[in-house]
Each structure stands twice: as structure tokens, then as C-alpha cells.
Write a protein that binds this ligand. Structure first.
Ligand code: MLT
Length: 246
């Protein structure tokens, strides 16, 4: 278990915001003002990102979910809503699998339940090698893929710039080895909201529609003109959708 750095603000039902790759809790800054009147927002840096320490690669998304369970315990919170962006969605689904009794509801933002294809998996291990040799510069260009609006790219690039190579490598391996989570979403009995940009170039909209099909009681918001990062690109629409969890 790794002790996580976190930010906490707002009042209301506890909501854990789980960032994606290769980002940290700063990703949520545009969204927080829209949520703080409704939720007690708990905003961690995942293991190896932001101010949270990196550990030796070889850990799984389940281990990253266990870090979040330990954080809730540390805060004396028996349960919380979760909203995960992309890799943060994979971690949130791992949390639902391992710690479902602590989950009040789930927001899945620009994410998917599908595991990596063999090609994607190979690409992740190639990226690990690149990070090993080139450091952060191997992933800096991801900033352009994280948004459909190039005006957001410099801010996202700045967040990527403050990450630790060891954390990137550990998370890439954890993502490559993650299982398919379709059965996890299908079994959920808590409220689920799915938010996805129609211009998402990293996780196509079909992945969101598959999640909706796996859990027909979930709510799917498809956002025109928005790319891979709805909370960053359209915080208003993302917050409106997350409030429907309450
Ligand atoms: C993310 O935004 O967290 C990543 O693009 C997810 C992934 O690489 O599958």
C-alpha cells in the first residue's frame, strides 16, 4: 500500500476524483469549482504521479485501487462516489471489483471496460522502454491527443511535465496487464454515469456505448466537439452529469 498525496475541498457527499495517464490531480482543477457546492471532493495523486511516491513497477491497477481504499479508511470515510478519467476509470473499475462495499456510485469519463488489444499492449511495453531511455519526453506529445481543442494542450503538457518516469512505467505496465472489466460494470447496482467526448481520439465513443449496453440502467452523456478529456474541456457539462449520481 502506498500513502497518497491528496487535495480535499467542498462539502456534501464524498467524491473521489481519479486522474488519468500521464497526469495528476491538477487535471481536476477546472472541474472542482463546479463540484464543490455538491460534493466533498477528495482528489488524490495516484501512486507514482504528482506528489505521491513511486514504487517498483510490477504493481497492478488493483494495487492502485487498494491505495484509494486505504485513503478512504485514513479519512474515516466508509464509502464514497468515484469519478475516474481514462486510466482513472480503469482504477475506479478495479476499485468497484475489489472494494464494491465502499462505492456509492461511479462516473466513467473518457474511459472503457475493455482490456488492451495485443497491439496496444505491445505499444505500452515499447513506451516503457522509451521512458527508460528518454524520460518524460517519450510521453509529452500525448498532450495533443488528450484534447480535441489545441488551446488546452499547453496546460496538459505542463501537468505531464511534472511526472516521474518511474510512475509512468509502473502505470503503463499496470494498464497493459489489466483484465477486461465488462462483468464488473454489468454487476453494478449503484448509480453509474458515463461521459464521453464524440471527438475522443484515444478511446472511441463506441467503448462508452458498450459500457452503456452492459449496464442499461447507466446514463450516457455523449458530448459533441469534446475529445478525450471531458472534465478539462467541458467542466460544466461533466459536473452536470456527475451531479446526477446524487
Ligand atoms: C489516459 O488518458 O489515462 C490514457 O490514455 C489511458 C490509456 O492509455 O489507455
Amino acid at each position: 500500500m502506498t500513502q497518497l498525496a491528496y487535495h480535499r475541498s467542498g462539502r456534501g457527499a464524498p467524491l473521489v476524483l481519479v486522474h488519468g495517464f500521464p497526469l495528476d490531480r491538477a487535471f481536476w482543477n477546472p472541474l472542482l469549482p463546479h463540484l464543490e457546492a455538491h460534493f466533498d471532493c477528495i482528489v488524490p495523486d495516484l501512486r507514482g504521479f504528482g506528489d505521491s511516491p513511486a514504487t517498483e513497477p510490477g504493481y497492478s491497477l488493483d494495487d492502485m485501487a487498494a491505495d484509494l481504499s486505504a485513503l478512504l479508511n485514513e479519512l474515516g470515510l466508509p464509502e464514497a462516489f468515484f469519478a475516474g478519467h481514462s486510466m482513472g476509470g480503469y482504477v475506479s473499475l478495479a476499485f468497484a471489483r475489489g472494494f464494491g462495499n465502499q462505492l456509492l456510485g461511479l462516473g466513467l469519463l473518457g474511459t472503457q471496460t475493455a482490456a488492451d488489444t495485443p497491439e496496444k499492449k505491445t505499444g505500452r511495453y515499447d513506451t516503457i522502454e522509451q521512458v527508460k531511455h528518454e524520460g518524460l519526453s517519450a510521453v509529452l506529445d500525448m498532450a495533443d491527443k488528450l484534447t480535441a481543442d489545441s488551446r488546452h494542450a499547453p496546460a496538459l503538457r505542463a501537468i505531464i511535465h511534472s511526472q516521474q518516469p518511474a510512475g509512468l512505467m509502473g502505470a503503463l505496465q499496470a494498464m497493459a496487464e489489466r483484465p477486461d472489466s465488462r462483468s464488473v460494470i454489468a454487476a453494478l447496482t449503484v448509480p453509474v454515469v458515463i461521459v464521453h467526448g464524440l471527438e475522443d481520439g484515444l478511446v472511441p465513443i463506441e467503448r462508452a456505448r458498450e459500457m452503456k449496453a452492459a449496464l442499461p440502467t447507466s446514463l450516457l452523456k455523449e458530448l459533441p466537439g469534446i475529445g478525450h478529456s471531458p472534465p478539462f474541456e467541458s467542466p460544466e457539462q461533466t459536473a452536470a452529469a456527475l451531479k446526477l449520481l446524487l
